[in-house]
Design a protein around this ligand. Structure first.
Ligand code: PAF
Length: 286
């Protein structure tokens, strides 16, 4: 496995392969790789001939009071996982290489970014859209894989690729969960043992929303209320949002129709958790 740090060397590697019609895949990450990333890498391996994993803790998607400095960076372990999974290149650019002196262009998707994560983390999606555009420009993949865990991010990346004609096929893979249902996340390491047990309440609340839909509830507010009830029973959790949305636009739905996404974000003391569940609404029998 090659470790490439410079953007120009990354592009040179890709360009050489593209000339030989090699299909290049990219799994963009911020490192601290877990089984969710591993599943993405495995899915990517099946869909391309040459695979790059980028490891870059992108400062522009963190807010001023967020965990940029403390974000886990177990680089040797990450490289070992990539090597074991047959990754061809670990792309590890520095902050200076990504954002050199004079850098000023940003990419914004004001509609998708205005709600949910975008409301709580105002510059987050501009940082994500900008760095993903840059990574696509440097790695030049034909296909890139993202996890469903960051649902709003995946909607945003689809829109970005379409709006800017980036020519990258986007594949979104299901969230990988711990044995109790907690969505895998690099930030789960921040949870104390007691909070780790409580953390699954977020997933349970999404399941409660899905259950009432399966039972015939179609009013968006009533589904949301079912989700709220579960979180309210866990006093150490505070809610950032719990929402019932259209999975393509992520706009809230007053009535649940064919397919919905239930989105949730909560805080467990200083740790913020997000999760989502896609639900296919059963047809009413006539
Ligand atoms: O999902 C992530 O890990 C990041 O947001 C991404 C897509 C690698 C951009 O920094």
């Amino acid at each position: 496995m090659k470790i490439i740090r410079s953007p120009s060397a990354m592009t040179a590697w890709s360009e050489g392969l593209r000339r030989e019609s090699v299909r290049i895949g990219l799994v963009p990450t911020m490192g601290a790789l877990h089984e969710g990333h591993q599943a993405l890498i495995r899915a990517a391996r099946l869909r391309c001939d040459a695979l790059a994993v980028s490891i870059f803790v992108n400062p522009t998607q963190f807010g001023p009071r967020e965990d940029l400095t403390n974000y886990p960076r177990p680089i040797s372990r990450d490289r070992a996982l990539c090597e074991q999974e047959g990754v061809d290149v670990c792309f590890e650019p520095s902050v200076q290489a990504m954002y050199p002196e004079g850098f000023q262009t940003t990419v914004n998707l004001p509609v998708i970014a205005r709600r949910w994560e975008g409301e709580v983390r105002p510059h987050h999606f501009s940082g994500v859209a900008t760095v993903v555009s840059k990574l696509f420009g440097m790695v030049r993949p034909q296909i890139a894989l993202f996890g469903q865990k960051d649902f709003q991010q995946s909607v945003l990346v689809h829109r970005l690729v379409k709006d800017l004609n980036l020519g990258v096929k986007i594949v979104v893979r299901p969230t990988v969960r711990e044995h109790d249902g907690l969505a895998m996340s690099s930030r789960n390491v921040y949870l104390s043992p007691d909070d780790r047990v409580r953390a699954v309440t977020l997933y349970r609340s999404l399941q409660a929303g899905a259950e009432v839909i399966q039972k015939g509830v179609r009013d968006g507010k009533a589904v949301q209320a079912a989700m709220y009830q579960v979180i309210k029973a866990e006093p150490s959790m505070t809610i950032d949002y719990l929402a019932v949305c259209d999975p393509y636009t992520i706009e809230p739905l007053s009535t649940v129709t064919s397919r919905v996404v239930l989105l949730g974000a909560v805080r467990l003391r200083s740790v913020r958790l997000i999760d989502n569940l896609l639900v296919t609404v059963p047809r009413r029998r006539s």
